[in-house]
Design a protein around this ligand. Structure first.
Ligand code: LER
Ligand code: MN
Length: 282
């Protein structure tokens, strides 16, 4: 079953980012459920800011599941990355991500490695940066595996990283790791910038797809840009993808409109027998 999620940001500094709801846990989850979503993808400031019991209660009260948890606040707030030349910064980055893996794993969902992957720093060989990334993934992948969840690696567009921009390059990198527990997060916004053929890239990734960020070309809700979403949805269907379709988009013109457009696109483009029935858990 494919299920639709919406992003909930708990970090005030990330207001300008591609996150739909910014009203704190209770109000955000109520709005997500009212808009018909099956789940939420949460972007926390730090694992320690989260209270597992409170989160479980609010999820249950709204008939929602957790979809995944982002780690980007470590970059946003502290400029931590797994490819920083300073070993202490790399260690802090690993600890930051590890704590989110543990917390999310307790809910049976994966953590996302997006902006915390960093980039090849000036004056550093690409091989060296990739060795740092590998070392970190080979520690974090097994940590997620112990909790029976994958770790999600997200190729980003060229303006955000120079590590891996395309699905093909990321797919070639994963087998060089010792861990087999890393899956790809395909973000349609990044793919629109980097891929020659988005449906073909999805078909190539096939079983390695662990999560999808559902965004239009302008990073608004799908339906508010010029993405030809039909062939993308068909490719996901054809490869048997049965995970989350998560709206990581800007809340434009406002969160309600972004949520409505997302749900409409989701229901229009994916076949009813492949998507979860409308959220009736409330
Ligand atoms: C994170 O999911 C993402 O897509 C990045 O662009 C964050 O900056
Ligand atoms: Mn993304």
């Amino acid at each position: 079953m494919m299920r639709c999620a919406v992003t909930v940001c708990l970090v005030p500094e990330a207001r300008g980012g591609p996150f739909v709801l910014h009203d704190g846990l209770e109000a955000s989850l109520r709005r997500a459920a009212e808009a018909g979503f099956d789940g939420v993808e949460i972007f926390p400031g730090h694992a320690d800011d989260l209270n597992g019991r409170e989160l479980r209660t609010v999820l249950q009260a709204n008939g929602l599941r957790m979809a995944a948890m982002g780690t980007g606040a470590g970059w946003l707030r502290r400029k931590l990355s797994l490819t920083d030349p300073d070993p202490h910064v790399r260690m802090c980055a690993r600890d930051f991500i590890g704590a989110i893996i543990d917390f999310a794993g307790g809910f049976g969902v994966p953590a996302i490695l997006g902006s915390m992957q960093g980039r090849v720093p000036d004056g550093v060989e690409r091989e060296q940066a990739l060795a740092w990334l590998k070392e970190a993934l080979d520690q974090l992948g097994p940590r997620a595996h112990a909790l029976e969840v994958p770790l999600l690696y997200e190729p980003l567009n060229r303006y955000e990283t120079n590590l891996f921009n395309t699905v093909e390059d990321a797919l070639a990198f994963l087998p060089t790791l010792r861990t087999r527990n890393v899956r790809l997060l395909l973000d349609l916004f990044h793919m629109n910038i980097e891929e020659a053929d988005m449906p073909a890239a999805i078909r190539r990734a096939g079983p390695m797809i662990g999560h999808v960020h559902f965004a239009d070309t302008n990073r608004r809700a799908v339906g508010m840009g010029h993405l030809d979403v039909g062939p993308v949805a068909r490719a996901l269907e054809d490869v048997g993808y049965d995970g989350w379709i998560s709206a990581e988009v800007r809340p434009l013109p406002d969160a309600d409109a972004a949520m409505k457009a997302t749900m409409e696109s989701f229901r229009r483009h994916f076949p009813p027998n492949r998507i979860a029935p409308a959220n009736s858990g409330r």
